[in-house]
Ligand binder design. Structure first.
Ligand SMILES: *Cc1c(COP(=O)(O)O)cnc(C)c1O
Length: 393
């Protein structure tokens, strides 16, 4: 026993970041207010000049938002967290806060579809160029570096193929190039993977997914060292992609159950993936927790478990995949993930339909591929739900 030992994640998830009002409420209060009152003209001046800490205006300071930021920062082991209205706002703010026109991003090819569109179509118009490379080959990242490269951007495991990137290796390549490594940690959450411990400079979240965990609100976050977060915060303060107090309060509560939810999602996913791998109508299963996964050893080193996302390919292409999806009665047919309720998606006709067939072929995303984000239902019910369609193929 060591009474001075730092608190464990389970404890931080329910204890960190709490601020009480003068009423000493046990459950955190929600601060639905757009602005804050000052005791005097001098106090107002001190708050605005930054010489005195404290809330000013809810575009950039709200106690409910700060509580969520501080709790998530404790879980990721980050000096500072800046919350945003959505995951996409967090990704945009990272680039807007840290980069300028004429600079260059190296990004994994296997990142969230809207991130690809943001980097290619929108940032490209403002003179920030992106080169897309393989998530699993650090040498491709090294080869893509240019003198003006400032940012590496990766998601691990990737969507929908669950490819695992070597975060430590990518951090080394980024730092040798004078760039920062940003990791979108949406799929693992800090419960399963802490990118800053592995050498990353920036962690990004779509809080909409597992951090909320019940499919209720949108939110996002950027975390890292204080000096890096200053630019990200300045963008938030000036441009206003602010997380609402209500959503922050929901997310702060969501973090309290994150640990047990991630364990349950992971256990369910492993059981379902193992069962799918033995099914004759399934040609391959992609799950980092399975020994058959191409980066299984790396996943075991870098993550606590394989996570909650399972992808599998059925024999018979798109028609067969649609039959399996349409035969389900328990799972929700939706592109969202990280919910208590299991979701089932056909990537090539939904989340990845904006990719060209050639891009999908290069990435290995076939027409028979189905992605499942395993919820908290009994696994036997999920197996029966899939067996209904699979057995009829
Ligand atoms: C959903 C998602 C995002 C975008 O988050 P929003 O909250 O929907 O804006 C970014 N990255 C990953 C990996 C996601 O799954």
């Amino acid at each position: 026993m060591n009474p001075e030992h730092p608190l464990q994640p389970e404890t931080l998830a329910v204890r960190a970041g709490t601020v009480r009002s003068q009423f000493n409420e046990h459950s955190e209060a929600m601060y639905l207010t757009s602005s804050f009152v000052f005791a005097s003209a001098a106090e107002a001046a001190a708050r605005f000049s930054g010489t005195e800490p404290g809330p000013i205006y809810a575009r950039f300071t709200n106690p409910s938002v700060t509580m969520f930021e501080d709790r998530l920062a404790a879980l990721e082991g980050a000096e500072r967290c800046v919350a945003f209205a959505s995951g996409m706002a967090a990704i945009l703010a990272t680039v807007m806060g840290l980069m300028k026109a004429g600079e260059h991003i190296v990004a994994s090819r296997s990142i969230f579809g809207s991130t690809v569109q943001l980097f290619s179509n929108i940032l490209g118009r403002f003179g920030v160029e992106t080169t897309f490379v393989s998530p699993t080959d650090p040498e491709e990242w090294r080869a893509a570096v240019k003198p003006n490269t400032r940012l590496f951007f990766v998601e691990s495991p990737s969507n929908p193929l669950t490819e695992v990137s070597d975060i430590r290796a990518l951090a080394d390549v980024a730092h040798a190039a004078g760039a920062w490594l940003a990791v979108d940690n949406c799929f693992c959450t800090p419960i399963l993977q802490r990118p800053l411990d592995l050498g990353a400079d920036i962690v990004i979240h779509s809080a909409t997914k597992y951090l909320d965990g019940q499919g209720r609100v949108l939110g996002g976050a950027v975390l890292g060292r204080k000096d890096l977060m200053e630019g990200v915060y300045t963008f938030l303060r000036t441009a206003g992609p602010t997380l609402s107090a209500f959503n922050a309060w929901v997310l702060h509560k969501g973090l309290e159950t994150l640990g047990i939810r991630m364990q349950a999602h992971s256990a369910g996913a492993l059981e379902l993936a193992t069962w799918l791998e033995a099914h004759p109508k399934v040609s391959r299963v992609l799950y980092p927790g399975l020994p058959s996964h191409p980066q299984h050893a790396l996943a075991l080193r870098q993550q606590k478990t394989g996570g909650g996302i399972v992808a599998f390919e059925v024999v018979g292409g798109k028609d067969a995949a649609w039959k399996v999806i349409d035969a389900t009665r328990v799972m929700s047919i939706t592109a969202n993930l990280g919910d208590t309720r299991t979701t089932i998606t056909h990537p090539t006709s939904t989340t990845h339909s904006r990719m060209t067939p050639e891009q999908r072929a290069t990435a290995g995303i076939g027409d028979g591929l189905i992605r499942i984000a395993v919820g908290l239902e009994a696994v036997v019910d999920l197996q029966n739900d899939l067996a209904r369609g699979l057995d009829a193929l």
